[in-house]
Design a binder for this molecule. Structure first.
Ligand code: MN
Length: 241
């Protein structure tokens, strides 16, 4: 009798442990490395926070699909496209500098791979404030911080269809705001805005549609709550060197 009670308790324990395991496996709260995440010199990055970390501004489901399906597909398509070609040994920066001579597959997927690498790091649930140097540069370039936000926001809102808004350091070491279509970026020789991107905002519908539907301006307004200013400030400093 006693043994039966013990074995029943143990049985319930095992069922509870299995259930928790299954729930964790299904919800997968954090990104995990997969075996094909490093291909040649390129690595699909891990997400620097959990899928729900940017709630309520970006919902967990959007983060999961965006990172684990969209971003991963860009990465996979990119490494497959360059496999066995001379491009395999180039850096993304070198590839983008010669973008006009490359295929659309490399342009779209190499861009998608790089742009999202930047985007995840540009955001944080506690990104702090811009450095004094970056604040001064923003005020010098745009008159005021509010003016900068308005210009960046309108670049993001007015980009027709899919694309990105950017804050870049141009070849003169000055800040500029602009946007690019699709997965283009300001490192590409075909881009209308050129420079080193330090802040990017994805305005593809896949970045916001589940939560915001057609309200792209609300998504853009909420982006300011989760900008990782520490990361943007570090990128600004590095871009000046
Ligand atoms: Mn995207």
């Amino acid at each position: 009798m006693k043994n039966r009670v013990i074995s029943r308790t143990a049985g319930i324990g095992i069922i509870v442990i299995l259930s928790v395991g299954i729930v964790l496996a299904i919800t997968k709260p954090f990104s995990v490395m997969e075996e094909n995440d490093i291909v040649g010199g390129f690595q699909f990055p891990s997400l620097p926070y959990g899928y729900d970390a940017l709630e309520p501004y970006i919902d967990a489901k959007t983060m999961e699909i965006h990172y684990d399906r969209h971003h991963r597909a860009y990465f996979n398509n990119f490494v497959n496209a360059i496999k066995g070609t001379p491009v395999e040994d180039m850096s993304l920066e070198e590839i983008f500098a010669q973008m006009s001579s490359m295929s659309d597959v490399i342009r779209n997927n190499g861009g998608g791979f790089y742009n999202h690498n930047l985007f995840w790091k540009n955001m944080s649930p506690n990104g702090g404030e811009p450095s004094d140097e970056l604040t001064a540069a923003i005020e010098k370039a745009f008159g005021s911080f509010d003016n900068f936000k308005e210009l960046f926001g309108s670049a993001a809102a007015s980009r027709f269809g899919s694309g990105w808004a950017w804050l870049v350091v141009n070849s003169e070491g000055e800040l500029e705001v602009g946007s690019t279509p699709n997965q283009d970026n300001p490192l590409m020789d075909i881009s209308p805005i050129r420079g080193i991107p330090i802040l990017g905002l994805d305005v593809w519908e896949h970045a916001y549609y589940l939560k915001y539907q057609n309200r792209r301006p609300d998504y853009i307004d909420n982006f300011w709550n989760i900008v990782n200013w520490r990361d943007v400030s570090e990128r600004y400093e590095a871009a000046l060197k």
